[in-house]
Design a protein around this ligand. Structure first.
Ligand code: NAP
Length: 326
């Protein structure tokens, strides 16, 4: 099969279209013919090997040579332990750990997989999983946002952020979105009550405080987050600098004991029920899917460059050509 492969950490130039062995599903896996795959910052991190946590699979060379974790496609075959899906089903889901989606076929378990709604395209379905899982956990499950609360989302114009703004508004919060100037209008259009251009204003130094901060690109000291939180407020860090994450692990519990403010890393759980829940919100028009650009598989390097250079507003999706598949 054709796949976009990389053998060294580096720039998008490291990505090459190659012929590789078609994967064989294990007993607990499905073989999926990939129709679309969306990009996440985790793909950029996996490509560049930065931050350091992106090298968990291989310190010096990528352990998994094919990026792409959010796929949508058709089930071709199932292992004998697979119970919920059958060949021909149209599915979408998340393959964690930077896994295998920039390809014509991929194997994955039933976990974090759901049937694609008939009214949704493969590209739309592929744009959902990772970003929606993070946003749902940050705003709803762990964040437990209540009407009238003040919520700040840092990195709100990207994949996770565009879902998070809308989920926080649905919960009745007053929402502040932080991102670069190119994305302010998008954040407003999704319902953000206030927007901040991070290149012009530091949200931890403007005297405002929030009940919840969801930071998808955390790089501040925990003391800065403490300053920006109301008493009993929570800050969840999803991605960002390793130093900030270590600080939150070391000092977060102490800050909580002394001040009641909760600063911690959010480790995202994946449950297929969340995929069903978010697709219902999308189908009912309560949440809008923001797809910025679409590319073909052979343009994967260009697509990742667009995301990595910070232009992507919402999601970037790759469509996998179905003709001439082996
Ligand atoms: N904790 C977990 O279990 C878990 C699981 C999966 C993924 N993750 C992580 O979650 C993160 C998800 O990110 P995503 O896919 O939503 O990223 P994304 O689509 O790239 O969005 C991030 C946004 O942040 C903006 N940004 C960059 N620097 C910023 C700054 N200093 N201040 C404010 N905004 C800034 C980016 O814009 P520009 O760059 O254009 O300025 C972009 O719009 C990744 O780091 C991933 O590794 C965590």
């Amino acid at each position: 099969m054709k796949a976009i492969v990389y053998h060294q950490y580096g720039s998008p130039n490291a990505l090459k279209l190659e012929e590789v062995q078609k994967p064989t599903p294990a007993d607990n896996q499905l073989l999926i013919s990939v129709h679309a795959v969306s990009l996440n910052r985790s793909d950029w991190e996996g490509l560049t090997g930065k931050p350091l946590y992106a090298r968990i699979g291989g310190l010096f060379k990528p352990g998994n040579k094919i990026l792409g974790s959010d796929i949508a496609g058709t089930v071709e075959a199932v292992g004998k332990e697979v119970k919920l899906f059958k060949p021909g089903d149209e599915v979408f889901g998340l393959m964690l750990n930077y896994g295998g989606g920039f390809a014509e076929y991929a194997c994955k378990s039933e976990k974090a997989l759901a049937l694609k709604p008939a009214g949704m395209t493969f590209e739309e379905a592929a744009a959902i999983p990772q970003a929606a899982f993070i946003a749902l956990q940050g705003i709803r499950e762990k964040g437990q946002v209540q009407p009238g609360q003040k919520v700040l989302i840092n990195g709100a114009g990207g994949g996770t952020g565009t879902f998070a703004i809308q989920l926080a508004k649905l919960a009745g919060a007053e929402v502040t979105g932080v991102d670069n100037a190119e994305k302010l209008e998008l954040m407003r259009s999704l319902g953000a009550d206030h927007v901040i251009d991070y290149t012009r204003e530091e949200f931890t130094k403007n005297g405002k405080q929030y009940d919840l901060i969801l930071d998808v690109i955390a790089h501040r000291s925990v003391f800065a987050y403490k300053r920006a939180l109301k008493p009993d407020g929570s800050c969840f860090m999803v991605g960002g600098s390793v130093a900030t994450m270590f600080q939150s692990l070391l000092l977060g519990p102490l800050i909580r004991r002394i001040t009641g403010k909760n600063i911690k890393l959010l480790v995202v759980q994946t449950d297929s029920k969340d995929l069903v829940y978010i697709t219902e919100l999308i189908e009912s028009g309560k949440v809008v899917l923001v797809i910025d650009k679409r590319y073909s598989l052979s343009e994967a390097a260009e697509a990742l460059r667009y995301l990595g250079e910070g232009h992507a507003k919402g999601k970037v999706v790759i469509t996998v050509e179905q003709n001439n598949k082996t």
